[in-house]
Design a protein around this ligand. Structure first.
Ligand SMILES: *Cc1c(COP(=O)(O)O)cnc(C)c1O
Length: 364
């Protein structure tokens, strides 16, 4: 497989090679017994029952999820959850508390504003989201319907290390870009959602982990497809779900097991990020615009000192030609971004650091 490059894209992102190989081996004949691809089988057949059950069990096991919660496989990506959550969980007269830490919370906020009363509980927009709000800057309303937060800001490269204590108010978390990257306590959250394409599988699928009692808040007049209740009752098969994506999630869960579970991955992710941040910190050529304590282990954002855009552009191109792909920073931030999700091997980070040193030598 020497023709595979190192993919630093923010998403869709690199998947574990053993997962892709397994899917390839089973593509024409699932499990060597079904005589067809997972893509071709009924979402209500026995084989697919097992596939969905396997994916769900893997998620529940790795995140240690209690039976108070349901795991759902939905469509519309993480972005549809921005609307579906207020549609289902907002209680009139009880505002939604929003913690604004970047582009993805702003998008969520836009939908909340259409559907609910809201409070801005905290925002770090005035420093261009280069840090997270400190604990004492988050003003929570004990009467809120829920609190919305994003655990890892894919674009700005910040990540919550600890989550605010919201008491009896459910904490809703967009974990699209760091779910399964570390151990978390699911019981701290009312609902966790994630687009699959960063750490769990292919795009087109969103995983939602919802405390079952919260689904009962929704008014029955909400269109059927938009009620969590429907998908809980129908086991994520009210309509045809993204079957191949669900199958891939199951394979990724098996791979996580082979990596020592979230404990193993957490260590591995810490090591990768340490190597990269250290290389940035030690050089006088690059810098990371994010406050040290808030830096993401998943999306490492960095720039060339003096924000030299032409040099950054050249760097992205040269990296690409050396098999280091997807390093361009998001258009709203500029600079560079290396996404080093679970599936990113250590060798990719080492190759990047070595390239960065060479580039600095030539251009510094
Ligand atoms: C990528 C991303 C999204 C958007 O996901 P879609 O599946 O494209 O809707 C939302 N939130 C975060 C934190 C993301 O990283």
């Amino acid at each position: 497989m020497s023709d595979r490059i190192f993919n630093f894209s923010a998403g869709p992102a690199a998947l574990p090679l053993p997962v892709l190989e397994k899917a390839q081996a089973e593509l024409l004949n699932y499990n060597q017994t079904a005589g067809m691809s997972v893509m071709e089988m009924s979402h209500r057949c026995k084989e697919f029952d097992e596939i969905l059950d396997h994916a769900k069990k893997g998620i529940k096991k790795h995140l240690n999820i209690s039976d108070d919660y349901e795991v759902l496989f939905l469509q519309g990506g993480a972005s549809m959850q921005f609307a579906m959550i207020p549609m289902n969980l907002y209680i009139p007269g009880k505002p939604v508390d929003m913690i604004n830490t970047g582009a993805w919370t702003k998008k969520a906020f836009k939908e909340v504003k259409k559907l609910a009363e809201w409070n801005l509980a905290a925002s770090t927009e005035e420093v261009n989201f280069s840090r997270l709000p400190h604990k004492d800057e988050i003003k929570l309303d004990s009467n809120a319907s829920y609190v919305h937060l994003c655990s890892n800001n894919t674009i700005f490269g910040t990540q919550f290390k600890e989550f605010p204590n919201t008491g009896d108010v459910p904490l809703i978390c967009d974990m699209s870009s760091d779910i399964f990257s570390r151990k978390i306590d699911v019981s701290q959250f009312g609902l966790i959602f994630a687009g699959a394409q960063k750490n769990i599988g292919p795009s087109g699928l969103a995983v939602v982990i919802i405390r079952k009692d919260l689904a009962e808040r929704a008014d029955e007049s909400i269109p059927t497809m938009f009620q969590f209740r429907t998908h809980i009752q129908e086991g994520s098969r009210y309509n045809t779900p993204p079957t191949f994506g669900i199958y891939m999630v199951g394979l990724v869960m098996d791979w996580i097991e082979s990596q020592g579970g979230l404990e193993g991955l957490e260590k591995h992710n810490q090591k990768k990020a340490d190597i990269l941040y250290q290389a940035i910190n030690e050089s006088g050529f690059y810098y990371c615009p994010v406050d040290e304590q808030d830096r993401s282990l998943m999306n490492v954002v960095f720039r060339v000192q003096g924000d030299k855009e032409a040099l950054e552009k050249q760097m992205v191109q040269e990296a690409e030609s050396k098999g280091l792909s997807g390093l361009k920073g998001h258009r709203s931030v500029g600079g560079l971004r290396a996404s080093i999700y679970n599936a990113q091997p250590l060798e990719a980070v080492e190759a990047l650091v070595s390239f960065m040193k060479d580039f600095e030598k030539k251009n510094g």
